[in-house]
Design a binder for this molecule. Structure first.
Ligand SMILES: Cc1cc2nc3c(=O)[nH]c(=O)nc-3n(C[C@H](O)[C@H](O)[C@H](O)COP(=O)(O)O)c2cc1C
Length: 146
């Protein structure tokens, strides 16, 4: 099992680029990683460390590729007491539902007993042309908490 499992939800690819960048940084720091774009529960280790990175679409909705996992968490309520997780959202302040998807995922992870490491980073793409930059800064602090 990898030290950190990165899980993405993305429609246009932005969250996937962020995940790939952060996976590289984690590997540089000597941690092993696995990156899964829109996995199902059965694809995931139910212990260890997850790093969830998702954009928001529709009106505060999850990207289509992360929706099945989110629904599994809601409906099956798997026991995630041995999972610790970090969370990053990509969104735009143009919307009232800024980063609504990552908030939903965070709530559901906690409802399943997972313990959050650090605070959720919400990246406003209007302020950051390159979302990898704030994500990398956040990661440097997050890594210290592992
Ligand atoms: C149709 C559409 C709806 C969106 N709705 C929201 C929203 O409700 N809240 C938000 O914070 N961002 C919203 N966004 C902004 C996206 O989350 C943002 O562009 C993000 O960088 C896309 O990342 P992705 O390439 O990983 O899908 C929306 C974007 C589009 C195109």
């Amino acid at each position: 099992m990898a030290d950190v499992t990165l899980i993405t939800g993305s429609t246009l690819g932005g969250a996937e680029y962020v995940a790939e960048h952060l996976a590289e940084k984690l590997e540089d720091a000597g941690l092993s990683t696995q990156t899964l774009h829109g996995p199902l529960l059965e694809d995931l280790p139910i212990d260890g460390i997850w790093l969830l990175i998702t954009s928001t679409h529709g009106a505060g909705d999850l990207p289509d590729n992360l929706l099945p996992l989110y629904e599994e968490l809601k409906e099956q309520q798997p026991d995630l007491a041995n999972v610790r997780f970090g969370a990053i959202g990509l969104g735009s302040r143009e919307y009232d539902t800024f980063c609504g998807a990552v908030e939903k995922v965070e709530t559901e992870m906690k409802a399943c007993g997972a313990q959050q490491i650090g605070e959720t980073l919400k990246i406003n793409i209007l302020d950051h042309d390159i979302p990898e930059d704030p994500a990398e800064i956040w990661l440097a602090e997050w890594k210290k908490l592992l």
